[in-house]
Design a protein around this ligand. Structure first.
Ligand code: A3P
Length: 319
């Protein structure tokens, strides 16, 4: 999106300030169309909803934060650029996955050198945390492909709690507090289940346009997911690539172990506004399935499972 296009969007004066607000997370969140947002990010969402000009060959990686955005960015970038970059001289060896795929709506996402999304060559690989129903107008009608990645809500919550306490100065949330809010559907981009459900339904209705993935399935069979992703993105693995182990190479390069061993993912960071500095390392913690059990009781886990099960009932989506 060029700055000029964004500047042309006029939101009603103080619109975001008039929305219902609630405290509890590192800053008060505002509610818009049943979702909770950080005020600044909602403003950006509303602006890009109007200013963004989708292209038919855009690929949009959609997630809720802490569901594996960094991982899916790395995987999709590596798959779609594999004819351009060899594995031994790969951009991911020196650049953070978060920075090689820009967010549509998060301006500070890749620092001062953020590319003008509008000027990027096609096909563009872009990311978003926006709910399906708030995606920029036209993304559906022009036929952009969307890859949605979700995760067991219990692990997403644990990851969120750690991130919140680490990134936002002065925040010291307890598991009990975060759990209570999350179960009420009150979390950034929440209700968690609504965000998943909207993309899930779209993936069922339009499987050629929306691919629905789970963090857990990538963990259990990453090679298979790489094949699936490559096919969905229109660049299926060739027989030659299959026999030379390209999928395995992609998985290795994008693995938690490999990425966390690289300097670019250990030091440095990006400034967001005046008070927020996002260390590159903050996007990596444990990278495991089931870590929730180390941070909440079995009863809490069962309670959240029951809530989510109830909310997803009849949709065909299960965690
Ligand atoms: P944990 O906090 O459970 O470890 P996001 O990228 O959406 O912010 O999600 C961050 C979560 O994904 C963190 O989970 C992080 O450790 C995990 N993660 C980041 N890179 C990963 C990778 N290459 N493989 C697996 N998990 C990864």
């Amino acid at each position: 999106i060029s700055t000029t296009q964004e500047e042309e969007v006029v939101l009603p004066k103080d619109f975001v300030a008039t929305l219902p607000a609630r405290e509890g997370w590192s800053e008060p969140l505002v509610q818009y169309k049943k979702y909770w947002f950080r005020p600044r990010l909602l403003e950006r969402t509303l602006i890009v909803k109007q200013a963004f000009v989708p292209r038919a060959d855009d690929i949009i990686l959609a997630t809720q934060p802490k569901c594996g955005t960094t991982w899916i960015k790395a995987l999709a970038f590596t798959i779609t650029n594999r004819s351009r970059y060899g594995f031994d001289q790969h951009p991911l060896l020196t650049r953070h996955p978060q920075h090689v795929v820009p967010f549509i709506e998060i301006a500070g996402g890749v620092g001062a050198n953020r590319p003008d999304i509008h000027a990027l060559p096609s096909p563009r690989l872009l990311a978003t945390h926006m709910p399906m129903s708030l995606l920029p107008l036209g993304t559906r009608s022009v036929g952009c492909r969307v890859v949605y990645l979700c995760r067991d809500p219990k692990d997403a919550l644990v990851s969120r709690l750690h991130f919140e306490n680490k990134v936002f100065p002065g925040t010291n949330l307890s598991m009990d507090d975060a759990f209570g809010m999350f179960c009420e559907g009150f979390s950034p981009y929440g209700p968690f289940w609504n965000h998943c459900l909207e993309y899930w339904r779209e993936s069922v209705a339009r499987p050629d346009s929306v691919l629905f993935l789970k963090y857990e399935e990538i963990k259990s069979d990453p090679v298979d997911v790489v094949r699936k992703l490559a096919k969905f993105l229109g660049v299926p693995l060739t027989e030659e690539e299959e026999s030379s182990g390209v999928a395995q190479e992609v998985v290795r390069l994008c693995s938690f172990e490999k990425l966390t061993s690289l300097e670019v993912n250990q030091v440095g960071g990006v400034r967001h506004g005046d008070s927020l500095f996002m260390n590159n390392s903050v996007f990596y913690r444990k990278g495991e399935v089931g870590d929730w059990a180390n941070h909440m009781s079995q009863e809490m886990g069962d309670k959240l499972d029951a809530i989510v099960q109830h909310k997803l009932q009849g949709s065909g989506l299960v965690f």
